[in-house]
Design a protein around this ligand. Structure first.
Ligand SMILES: [Mg+2]
Length: 183
């Protein structure tokens, strides 16, 4: 029997452009700006019993622009601003590789998602990958969970076309998606 308190589904969240404002090569916690409504939306997902994971590509580490410790400090600042406790994420994965390096966990690799589904006994049909980049959507597709595209009103036309070609549902923000799926 499944423990009723344990999550059965998961929401894998991209960081930059999904939870916080997208700034290129963010290695400074002082530059973290939470997008509006994110904390409340995450609280609602937690109340619904979803496990939340953070999966973020940070090639700035591989390029030598900032360190893994800097990326972790940025995450800590974001988690502090979310205000739902230090353990709001069941797991966090920072992928430090450059795009030209062999990828271990760098999206679109589905590896982290697949490992977490097994480790936490989560149901793929009740799990999503949310992000604003094709690499987010592809990671979700390859992991067998449902991808969700975050596309702002001014998103480039090619990006919107890519999303439509993949048949992925798009929302204007993470908060809009939560409003759509959580009653
Ligand atoms: Mg992003």
């Amino acid at each position: 029997m499944r423990d009723q308190r344990r999550p059965t589904g998961a929401v894998f969240l991209d960081r930059d452009g999904t939870l916080i404002e997208n700034r290129h090569y963010l290695g400074d916690p002082a530059q973290v700006a939470l997008l509006p409504g994110v904390a409340d939306a995450m609280a609602r997902l937690c109340e619904q019993g979803f496990a939340l994971f953070l999966l973020t590509n940070q090639s700035g580490i591989g390029r030598g622009y900032f360190s893994m410790a800097d990326a972790e400090a940025v995450n800590r600042r974001m988690i502090e601003m979310i205000g739902l406790g230090e353990d709001v994420f069941t797991g966090i994965c920072i992928a430090p590789e450059r795009p030209d390096e062999p990828a271990a966990y760098r999206k679109p690799s589905p590896r982290y998602i697949l490992e977490m589904l097994v480790m936490h006994d989560l149901i793929a049909d009740r799990s999503w990958m949310i992000g604003d980049s094709p690499s987010d959507w592809e990671a979700g597709i390859r992991a067998g969970i449902t991808p969700v595209a975050i596309l702002a009103a001014d998103a480039p036309r090619e990006l919107r076309a890519r999303c439509e070609a993949l048949g992925i549902t798009a929302h204007g923000s993470f908060v809009e998606w939560v409003d759509a799926v959580i009653e």
